[in-house]
Write a protein that binds this ligand. Structure first.
Ligand SMILES: [Zn+2]
Length: 457
């Protein structure tokens, strides 16, 4: 008997956790943190539906926190097994898990200082020690190679083109009896810089696929025209372009575009700074695994990297204080924390500057307020006037849109018996289900949180 239980990312976009049970063996595919609304975040504190010490192994599709960020908690709750992933995922986990633990510890400290926690003292969801233990369990494997994860089950990682090391995972029985289940992870995009196209689909009886943009089509690529315009206009005013960006993935894409525009003579040679220790380490991991990236980047890499890294706090402070024209990439992406806040604090009152947002800005964040035209924003206890220009570029998402998902599904050699939509809000999922049913005639289900289904595995 085999079953699958949806323990996260069911009718929502975070907390990915799918429990596969085959002949009494338990494997957890992804171990993500719930993020966003409070009712979701509270799930991070709830016990898992099965005791963690009864799970034999964990398999990670990629290193985004909503896919791997609950791992230290699983370990602190008693999980004793190994964590299988690709080499790229293991590299990036070394950056994101200790950082996530640090944030958890800081939040708990803050709650204790302010006394707003119901618990005395407030405890972190997990500690940096738990994160270190999680890293010691990682077992990296190459792409396209069958590896044994339990006595009876093997898995294979296939490049998904969504983040360095990102994969879909095919799970099969070692004795080849039974069906094949493909855990889709997050799906990358076609014809994008840095990352390769998603690998074609494979023969599978059951498929799990993300549906984040199941009801949307990304804007058409403009070959860097908007970025070139924004940077050119700001430099003409002798201002700075401050770009809040997610440390890993988005920073690489921005650098690619800036170098490409410069190389094609569409921008002059500019001082470019990356002010984020995590982003700088992330760039090193991308460079070290260039053979897993888009072919075009190999060509670009010969000219790369020409940017100045601000590693230390002193370098960052000096950069904030210097008002010479420059492009500054700093995290966090939604301007909720990190070094970019210092750049904004100093740069927002100056009309020569531009703040450029390149990612999704969630409701309630400082980034969202700025994008929506706030005249004043609160930082470090002060109201800061917004005189800088605020710009945004859509379309740098690393998730496939509805059209790209359909395009990928068409690469499967046959229709799976069942396709489960996960990692999406229900409106996007209903729209995608309708499209897949209509255009491909496939059987599609939208599982609910905690739902358990039988599998032909
Ligand atoms: Zn992802």
């Amino acid at each position: 008997m085999s079953s699958l239980t949806f323990l996260g990312a069911a009718r929502t976009v975070t907390g990915s956790k799918h429990l596969l049970e085959v002949d009494g063996q338990r494997i957890l595919f992804d171990c993500g943190l719930f993020q966003g609304l409070k009712e979701l975040r509270l799930r991070n504190w709830a016990p898992l539906s099965v005791p963690p010490d009864t799970i034999d192994a964990v398999v990670l599709t990629h290193a985004h926190i909503d896919h791997c960020g609950w791992l230290p908690r699983l370990i602190s709750q008693g999980f004793r097994g190994r964590v299988h992933c690709t080499g790229g995922t293991a590299d990036l986990c070394q950056l994101v898990l200790p950082d996530a633990a640090h944030i958890q510890e800081e939040d708990a400290k803050f709650a204790n200082k302010r006394g707003f926690s119901k618990h005395a003292p407030a405890l972190p969801l997990y500690t940096e020690e738990d994160a270190a233990e999680a890293l010691s369990r990682l077992k990296p494997s190459p792409f396209n190679t069958k590896i044994s994860v339990t006595g009876g089950i093997e898995v294979e990682f296939i490049n998904a083109g969504h983040l360095l090391g990102s994969s879909y995972v095919l799970a099969t029985r070692k004795d080849r009896s039974g069906g094949r289940i493909l855990f889709g992870g997050d799906l990358g995009r076609y014809a994008r810089p840095i990352l390769p196209d998603p690998s074609p689909g494979v023969d599978a009886d059951v498929l799990l696929i993300e549906s984040t943009y199941g009801d949307r089509i990304h804007p058409q690529e403009d070959d860097g025209a908007t970025l070139a315009r924004i940077v050119t206009e700001t430099f003409a005013r002798r201002g700075k372009v401050i770009i809040p960006a997610f440390a890993i993935g988005r920073t690489e894409e921005l650098l690619y575009w800036l170098f490409k525009l410069e190389d094609e003579g569409r921008l002059p040679k500019l001082p470019i700074y990356v002010d984020s220790p995590m982003a700088i380490k992330g760039i090193a991991h991308y460079s070290a695994r260039a053979d897993e990236l888009d072919k075009e980047i190999l060509e670009m890499r010969r000219k790369l990297p020409r940017f100045t890294a601000a590693n230390s706090a002193a370098e960052s402070k000096a950069l904030v204080a210097n008002d010479a024209p420059a492009v500054i990439i700093a995290s966090s992406g939604m301007a909720t924390g990190g070094r970019v806040v210092h750049h904004l604090f100093a740069g927002l009152p100056d009309p020569r500057n531009t703040v450029l947002f390149v990612g999704f800005q969630a409701a309630g964040t400082r980034g969202r307020n700025l994008v929506e035209g706030a005249q004043l924003v609160k930082m470090f206890g002060q109201q800061v006037p917004v005189h800088a220009r605020i710009e945004k570029i859509d379309g740098m998402s690393s998730h496939a849109d509805a059209g790209e998902i359909i395009r990928w599904l068409r690469t499967f050699p046959r229709a799976p018996q069942t396709t489960y939509l996960v990692h999406g809000e229900i409106i996007a999922q209903e729209a995608l289900k309708l499209r897949i049913t209509k255009e491909l005639g496939w059987n599609v289900e939208i599982p609910s949180h905690g739902q358990k289904v039988d599998l032909p595995l």
